[in-house]
Design a protein around this ligand. Sequence first.
Ligand SMILES: N[C@@H](CCC[C@H](N)C(=O)O)C(=O)O
Length: 283
Amino acid sequence: MEFTKGHGTGNDFVILPDPDGRLELTADLVAALCDRRRGIGADGVLRVVRAAKHPDAVDLAGDAEWFMDYWNSDGSFAEMCGNGARVFVRYLVSTGLAEVPGGGATLPIATRAGVVRAVVGDGTVAVQMRLPRVYDASAATLGPLTVPGAVVDCGNPHLVCALPAGLELAGLDLTRAPGFDPVVFPSGVNVEFTVPAEPVPGADLRVAMRVHERGSAETLSCGTGACAVAAVALRDAGRDGGVVAVELPGGRLTVTLDGTTCWLAGPAVLVATGEVDPTALRP
Ligand SMILES: N[C@@H](CCC[C@H](N)C(=O)O)C(=O)O
């Protein structure tokens, strides 16, 4: 089975080319591929399949030729993956499966949360994401700590929790999943912990975060998480829009919100291509 490995600010993916939807991808195979000891190792799998060839995509693809069939490392599906979309686009363009659109046009990509649109730079890929919807309040627990947070829908569910003054991101133990209210999040949630950071040139606000992802544990970066964090930071600053620099353990993502659109930008890199024998995984 052919694969490529790629990442966006350290959020890493096994990319499986399957243009005609012939691959028998199962939750077990995804988990085995993502196993960091016995497999290739990744936070998730991106299957590259023509939208017309995947039952989940045919009705929602619009003008998108390609469907990002995203799976978390535990073999569960997610509706959306922001870094995954950026790496997926880097793969399409690098392999010639899609061309960088000219004349200011964007490249449409189908996802389970609808079509997103990408602009490709030299090292960076920017994707116009679904507008984050901040719509409720809840809380996360980490051991004895309860941290209130904002509930955000980015196509997938997020809980953005600002750490109380005096607590540092580095001091959090995210080796275990934070607790959350299953009534608010019946399908699980991605939990972001944030602290404000000093602004940088070109950004209106700057926030540092760590994330525990549903289905993938702690990751070095989360694109939809960065969008959720940016939306909450702008709301808390009393702003309708602006540019937010989001610092993650794996690097910086830039989120630009204007009340109607949300752009997520950052590096997207392919690092290796090879073949894997599925029968050799997890013996
Ligand atoms: N890392 C991703 C989000 C992946 C999906 C998430 N774990 C979920 O289950 O919703 C990103 O970059 O957005």
